[in-house]
Design a protein around this ligand. Structure first.
Ligand SMILES: [Zn+2]
Length: 177
């Protein structure tokens, strides 16, 4: 299974709108102040990423079929997903041209699974989705996800419960209690 990443101007524009809205509301990306400038202009990019292995791992964790993922390279400072359609199987990854790496792709695919699984129906979803990537450090057996500076404490808690139960639902309970 491959994800095809392409550049599409209209998706880039959509992503910039999403980005500007996010920054206006939050000022920083959970403590990290981004470069907020459009440095790079792109005409054409295409590449494929093999994700069979990733899908297999995540489908076990979430007990669900892989989502259908569209991949776009964008010029925003950070990568994002488009999670406007929680109830559909389709997800979009907006991969920032400033940081194209397999780690980032793994991170964003996890977000898409998490979005489809929770239907965004958990407290503080936007932030919670970043807490949960701590689980990647167990799924891939090495330190693949450091997380944002402000999230350390909750991530530690989630990791503990995850190690004990290997259950997303049990981890979600931390957010509710
Ligand atoms: Zn993230």
């Amino acid at each position: 299974m491959m994800i095809k990443f392409i550049y599409k101007k209209n998706e880039d524009i959509k992503c910039w709108k999403r980005w500007n809205k996010f920054i206006k509301k939050n000022k920083t990306v959970w403590g990290i102040i981004p470069l907020n400038k459009k440095y790079i202009s792109v005409e054409k990019i295409t590449f494929h990423v093999e994700v069979e292995n990733i899908f297999e791992k995540y489908s076990k964790v979430f007990k669900m079929k892989p989502p259908i993922i569209e991949g776009y390279v964008v010029t925003t400072p950070f990568s994002m997903i488009n999670d406007d359609k929680s109830f559909s199987r389709i997800g979009k990854i907006y991969l920032s041209i400033h940081n194209i790496s397999f780690k980032v792709i793994i991170h964003e695919i996890f977000h898409i699974y998490f979005e489809k699984y929770t239907k965004r129906n958990i407290p503080n979803y936007e932030t919670a989705k970043e807490y949960f990537t701590v689980i990647l450090n167990d799924i891939f057996s090495y330190n693949i996800s450091t997380g944002y500076p402000k999230h350390e404490e909750v991530r530690k808690k989630i990791f503990k419960v995850w190690k004990k139960t290997h259950s997303i639902d049990e981890c979600i309970k931390i957010l509710i209690s």
